[in-house]
Ligand binder design. Structure first.
Ligand code: DP6
Length: 334
């Protein structure tokens, strides 16, 4: 018998970053992280499970025109390992067929692993007929090795703590309806990043600034939790920008150093500083890449877009904002 399920899962943007792991293979983070789940940047996955079949698992990417292509080897390997993990976890024999599609342009430099692995975890467990709690799903998504996928299983504002403090799964700290924040994503680099987040995590502790970061983080986490609770962008903004710059400081001072920024990254950071001097409040955060996520209120969104699209280093902007998390779909991709 074959069972099929389709799930759409969003990406997320971290305000406090996961950078460095206690156990990289299991994606047990060194520190707690806090993120906002997005709504427009999503991955949709259809997973079919054929009971008892010994065919090898099959994974395909669906293009905008509906064409099917094989996924890049790095994603394919991790996705196959994850399907195997899910199958063992469920103690079932059979084979998976997966088709997955991203809403955002492939190769735009927007990380698709959080949304991709969250969608794969949710759709594969559903195809197996399992009914799991959100905590179990988050925990399972984390084990894909893309730790940030643990946060994409939930909507709104989400915190994920290391095992021991929070059992390794993410929890929602406020729903999307609590605070309408926008994320204007300035694309400054379309290429695949040279160094993966996994390598970044691996090297993080070699930076002389890594230990200092661990001492600073409890206070920063408290400020971000409180700012979300109070819907206080004046309190959140400076901390989220400082946090992103610190992640890159650690990357740049790792041994060997990792340099993710491009000229456009600095241009956006400078423009935001200028805008704030002029009274328009918006704040930057960056993941392990060059593109800049500009966090602002709905009122500031239009002027932010106008300011960023005028910069020579910005090729285009994607508009996103806080979202409610994954959802099941009736329509399948195959
Ligand atoms: C900088 O190990 O989850 O985005 O698999 O590439 O998504 P990907 O990376 P992962 O590390 C995320 C690193 C980060 C910060 C964050 O999202 O917390």
């Amino acid at each position: 018998m074959t069972n099929k399920a389709t799930v759409t899962a969003p990406s997320n943007i971290a305000f406090i970053k996961y950078w460095g792991a206690r156990d990289l293979a299991q994606a047990v983070p060194m520190n707690a992280s806090i993120s906002m789940t997005l709504t427009e940047c999503v991955s949709r996955s259809t997973v079919a499970f054929s009971d008892g079949s010994d065919r090898p698992d099959r994974i395909e990417l669906v293009g905008d025109d509906g064409s099917l292509t094989p996924p890049p080897p790095s994603f394919r390997e991790r996705a196959l390992a994850h399907l195997d993990r899910v199958r063992r976890w469920a103690r079932r024999d059979g084979s998976f067929h997966v088709a997955t599609r991203n809403s955002f342009p492939t190769g735009a430099g927007i990380a698709s692993s959080a949304s991709g692995f969250a969608a794969l975890t949710l759709a594969s467990t559903k195809a197996l007929g399992l009914t799991l709690s959100t905590s179990e799903l988050s925990d399972l998504a984390r084990m894909s090795g893309s730790g940030s996928a643990a946060r994409s299983v939930l909507g709104g504002y989400v915190e994920w703590s290391p095992a021991g403090e929070g059992a390794g799964h993410a929890v929602a700290i406020a729903p999307a309806s609590h605070w309408d924040l926008r994320d204007v994503i300035a694309l400054v680099d379309h290429g695949e990043k040279d160094v993966s987040s996994l390598d970044g995590h691996r090297l993080a502790a070699s930076s002389p600034h890594f230990e200092a970061r661990q001492r600073i983080l409890p206070e920063r986490l408290a400020i971000v939790r409180r700012a979300i609770e109070d819907r206080d962008l004046d309190a959140l903004g400076p901390v989220l920008e400082e946090e992103a710059i610190e992640l890159h400081l650690i990357a740049m001072s790792s041994k060997p150093p990792i340099f993710y920024w491009k000229p456009g990254t600095i241009q956006v950071l400078e423009r935001l500083r200028g805008m704030r001097r002029e009274g328009l409040f918006a704040w930057a955060t960056m993941d392990a890449g060059a593109n800049v996520h500009v966090i602002c209120t709905p009122q500031a969104e239009a002027p932010v877009i106008a300011a960023l699209t005028g910069l020579s280093g910005v090729s285009s902007v994607l508009l996103d904002g806080v979202g409610e998390g994954p959802r099941g779909e009736r329509e399948h991709l195959f």
